[in-house]
Design a protein around this ligand. Structure first.
Ligand code: FES
Length: 111
């Protein structure tokens, strides 16, 4: 094994994510965020399709006040947690870039 080999590592522990909450990450050079909705977790690149900027103004806050929709802090676009589709705002119909993930042994892994 060389120093350039990358060992597999989880994105996070499941219990780092509130039951209906979100968290940002810098993972292997990429800005990502995870959204948990009960037992489901979704991971997206932290880049709004409207202007290409990060979604959050406050660390780890990617959801609206209901904690059921992803919200971009810049112009308020709202996205479905399950698909990343923008359902309201200046980029309606466009989508966040989803990263497939799965949960194993109470850890969130990128596919
Ligand atoms: S930059 Fe996200 S809604 Fe405009």
């Amino acid at each position: 094994m060389t120093n350039n080999d990358v060992l597999p590592a989880p994105l996070c522990q499941l219990d780092e994510l509130p039951l209906y909450g979100s968290k940002g990450f810098h993972h292997r050079g990429q800005a990502l965020f995870a959204v948990r909705q009960g037992e489901q977790v979704f991971v997206y690149e932290n880049r709004c399709p409207h202007r290409g900027v990060p979604l959050e103004w406050v660390a780890d806050q990617f959801l609206d006040s209901s904690n059921r929709l992803i919200q971009c802090a810049t112009h308020g676009a709202l996205f479905l947690p399950e698909s990343g589709e923008c359902v309201a705002g200046p980029c309606a119909g466009q989508s966040l870039q989803q990263r497939p993930c799965y949960i194993r042994d109470q850890q969130v892994w990128l596919d």
